[in-house]
Ligand binder design. Structure first.
Ligand code: PLP
Length: 469
């Protein structure tokens, strides 16, 4: 497949409304009626909602129940003008944010830090998503390293399976990213991390669980290693933060991953994933205010006045924070427990079913994000066959695989069974015609083989396609 072929294939996928719907590429000379605009939005919602509502998407929408979605929209509506940058006008914004942080910290055993060191207290902020939470934490460690330890060239030690946001943080903030391999079970290799630590290291990273394979890194050991060197240990619980506490209570094998582990110094946890908030919020938590202050910015002599900012943004969407608060309060411990129970049971059925399909295997020992690979078939072609049956799954590299992150959509009756029967049919099809390569499959195959520069170029071209009207 040549680059122009790939781009025209992507353009067809990404721009289905081209030629079917009016393109608005300049301001209308006369503003249109609210009714007209809203009916267009509703038309598009209806076209797109069916797929994720009926459980055909990996991750993406984590609750998605009609009543819950209406509730989030209603909560947003009450606060749509709110901006936490102006707590004098919206003191409620500060209340919502502080309470989201407090509820999340408590859920992740924040109370334990007092027993580790007197005076410590978990603090943090609400960001706009997992990536921002990770960026903020890495920024905090960079400046902590510089200011407290005199480290001029800070390094972060990151398992290769940690989210790309760590790479982005290193790129943005001039950190040296030291990537370490994972062990055969796809969990971080602690000895490799030990070997990678040097006098410039400011933080070790662990995932609970990792995005690609859904496995939980050996956090106690990684945190102990961080403790030995008096450096940070950041746990990326963006995916697992709102599931693992309940999975543990339900008796699933969840190794210690939160603030009960003494060396864990910060955690990222996404309200907009399994916290069931609307898209656009996450929480970053620190073991102590000292560390947290390194992510905050204060300007004392700006002609615009005294300025404080606790996250990357200036003005922030108060309504989204309020809707996150509403999601947490309305769901409650019982709601999260029930959701985790349903999702984990669905994942158990799914893993069992995958293991029964010849030629397929589950990678590692995951709880609710299940990566599927094959030693005999082109797994990307199996993923493509699933796409033709309506499924939106995530392609993975190194090793070739795809995954499904199970959500409440998959806990609905019959969804796992449909996934498995489609997977069986997809696998049969690929076994029958192993030479066929269609859709995204050759793209993934190529990305694994082609020189990095070529793939980066292709990804930039993909971005350009996205921004074409
Ligand atoms: C483990 C993990 N960390 C971080 C992120 C980044 O989150 P976001 O897409 O909200 O920026 C994700 C997203 O899937 C994730 O799975």
């Amino acid at each position: 497949m040549s680059t122009p072929d790939i781009l025209s294939f992507l353009a067809k996928q990404l721009k289905p409304y081209r030629g079917r719907m009016e393109t608005v590429d300049r301001l209308p000379e006369r503003g249109r009626s609210h009714q007209e605009v809203l009916s267009l939005l509703e038309q598009l919602r209806q076209l797109e909602a069916g797929r994720w509502q009926t459980g055909y998407a990996s991750g993406a929408v984590y609750h998605g129940g009609a009543e819950h979605t209406e509730f989030l929209s209603a909560a947003y509506k009450t606060q749509s003008q709110s901006n936490p940058l102006h707590p004098d006008i919206w003191p409620s914004a500060a209340k919502f944010e502080a309470e989201v942080v407090a509820m999340t910290a408590r859920m992740l055993s924040g109370d334990a830090v007092r027993t580790h060191r007197r005076g410590d207290r978990v603090v943090g902020a609400v960001s706009t998503g997992g990536t921002e939470s990770i960026l903020l934490a890495m920024l905090a460690y960079r400046d902590w390293g510089r200011e407290e330890k005199g480290i001029a060239q800070p390094e972060i030690v990151v398992p290769v399976t940690a989210h790309a946001a760590f790479e982005k943080a290193a790129h943005y903030f001039g950190l040296r990213l030291v990537r370490v391999p994972v062990a055969e079970d796809l969990r971080a290799d602690v000895e490799a991390m030990r070997a990678a630590v040097n006098e410039n290291t400011v933080v070790l990273v662990a995932s609970a669980p990792s995005f690609p394979h859904g496995v939980i890194d050996p956090i106690e050991e990684i945190a102990a290693l961080a403790g030995e060197h008096d450096i940070g240990c950041h746990v990326d619980a963006c995916l697992g933060g709102f599931v693992l506490p309940w999975a543990e209570r339900l008796g699933y094998p969840v190794p210690p991953f939160d603030f009960r582990v003494p060396g864990v110094t910060s955690i990222s946890v996404d309200t907009h994933k399994y916290g069931f908030a609307a898209k656009g919020t996450s929480v970053v938590l620190y073991r102590s205010a000292d560390l947290f202050h390194h992510q905050c910015y204060t300007a004392a002599d700006w002609p615009g006045g005294l300025y404080v900012s606790s996250t990357l943004l200036g003005s922030r969407p108060g309504a989204l924070i309020a809707a996150a608060w509403a999601a947490l309060v309305a769901t409650g411990e019982d709601g999260y427990m029930a959701a985790a129970k349903g999702i984990l049971a669905a994942a158990d059925r799914l893993k069992q079913g995958v293991r029964e399909i010849p030629d397929l295997k589950v990678l590692g020992d995951p709880l609710f994000v299940v990566a599927i690979a094959s030693d005999t078939l082109d797994i990307y072609q199996v993923m493509e066959q699933m796409a033709q049956r309506g499924w939106s799954l995530n392609g993975l590299h190194h090793p070739p695989a795809f995954h499904i992150a199970l959500t409440r959509r998959h806990a609905e009756e019959g969804v796992v069974e449909r996934f498995l029967s489609d997977l069986q049919a997809s696998t049969d099809e690929v076994r029958r015609s192993p030479e066929v390569r269609t859709g995204m499959a050759p793209l993934y195959g190529m990305a694994a083989m082609a020189p990095g520069e070529l793939v980066h170029g292709l990804l930039e071209a993909y971005i350009d396609v996205l921004y074409e009207v």
